[in-house]
Write a protein that binds this ligand. Structure first.
Ligand SMILES: Cc1ncc(COP(=O)(O)O)c(C=O)c1O
Length: 344
């Protein structure tokens, strides 16, 4: 078995920035999509998983047979489920009923055990119930290790050291704004820390979703996995981390994902649709110059084929007509994506 540190070092991968033109309401803007789906397990959480395990290992070595437990809506779970067997440890994922079926299958296929929480937390999701379950499991099993992605500073730190610098290097001097979806807030806090220090001229926009209090707002129904939370992020401290917050309607984000896939053949996850929708709203509010806007595309759309991209699923959620109406409205406003630039 190779040493833990070298397994973790090999799991970090640079992801591409894909250039597009986006037309909307008579304006055309250059858009860069930071495609985190090119990470080893297909999401931005590959980076966080490496950082969290490094921190656990530094605190007390991860010896063979160690059980790591974490609350996850899916992506961090997939990353931990891939890494832990490579260091002879095992993973117990605390997920919930909103976890996409494809993600649950992938978790069990990679050898993780799952505990499915079915008790809503009264805040539009399951986060607080998942956390309670993790704490109970750790109390009953004192050998379990919990990285705690919601509060562990290792998570923002890896984005400060990798995701942020990749964005500034790939986008170059014309970078004007960065849109980052928020759940724990680790990704945004790390990218912002890099930008504030090295590119203070760049606007940082926190993207939250309707029904979430990850940054601000009231709790309610949330349909898109990965983005949003039923409690405020422990990492985000206002203007230090973002210039403004945009809360996106989940139905509109789903419509944006479907339009982008139609125009370019690129299927993104729902939180990426939220970031792109936030960019369009920001432009409507007068926050646009000729500079490049980068959206953090936290994962790809394959896992959401049966949900966000499916009309049967939308029908079950009672939003099939709303999604169609939102897509038609966006098309009437001239929304079109043109994939013409090179990847960096
Ligand atoms: C698809 C997706 N988007 C966005 C995020 C938000 O990342 P963070 O928890 O760092 O705020 C996550 C986190 O799991 C995610 O899975």
């Amino acid at each position: 078995m190779p040493p833990v540190q070298s397994v973790l070092a090999r799991a970090l991968r640079r992801t591409p920035l894909l250039g597009l033109d986006v037309a909307h309401r008579g304006r055309v803007r250059r858009l860069g999509l930071k495609l985190e789906q090119h990470g080893p397990t297909g999401s931005v959480k590959d980076r966080s998983a490496v950082a969290l395990l490094r921190a656990l290992h530094a605190e007390r070595p991860l010896t063979p047979g160690t059980v790591v437990v974490e609350s996850t809506s899916g992506n961090l779970g997939l990353a931990l489920a891939r890494l832990l067997p490579a260091v002879d440890c095992s993973f117990l994922a605390v997920v919930d009923l909103k976890t996409p079926p494809a993600t649950s299958r992938m978790l069990t296929d990679s050898g993780a055990r799952t505990v499915v929480v079915d008790e809503p937390d009264g805040r539009g999701g399951y986060l607080l119930s998942r956390l309670r379950t993790v704490r109970e499991l750790c109390e009953r099993n004192p050998g379990y290790r919990w990285p705690n992605q919601y509060e562990n500073p290792a998570s923002p730190d890896i984005h400060r050291r990798t995701t942020g610098p990749e964005i500034t290097e790939q986008a170059g001097p014309s970078l004007g704004a960065v849109y980052v979806p928020v759940s724990t807030g680790g990704t945004l806090a790390g990218i912002a820390a890099h930008l504030r220090r090295h590119r203070p001229d760049v606007d940082v926009v926190a993207v939250d979703v309707s029904g979430s209090t990850a940054v601000a707002g009231d709790t309610g129904r949330r349909l898109i996995p990965g983005i949003g939370a039923g409690r405020p992020s422990a990492f985000l401290k206002g203007p230090r981390h973002y210039d403004r917050v945009l809360r996106v309607d989940d139905v509109e984000a789903i419509a944006v994902c479907r339009i982008l896939a139609e125009d370019t053949g690129i299927a993104l996850g729902g939180s990426s649709g939220c970031a792109v929708r936030a960019l369009l709203t920001d432009q409507d509010n007068g926050h646009a110059d000729g500079r490049l806007a980068v959206c953090l595309a936290a994962d790809g759309g394959e896992k959401y084929h049966d949900t966000l991209y499916s009309d049967d699923w939308a029908d079950e959620q009672g939003i099939v007509k709303e999604v169609a109406a939102a897509a038609e409205q966006l098309r009437c406003e001239g929304l079109f994506f043109d994939r013409k630039h090179q990847e960096h």
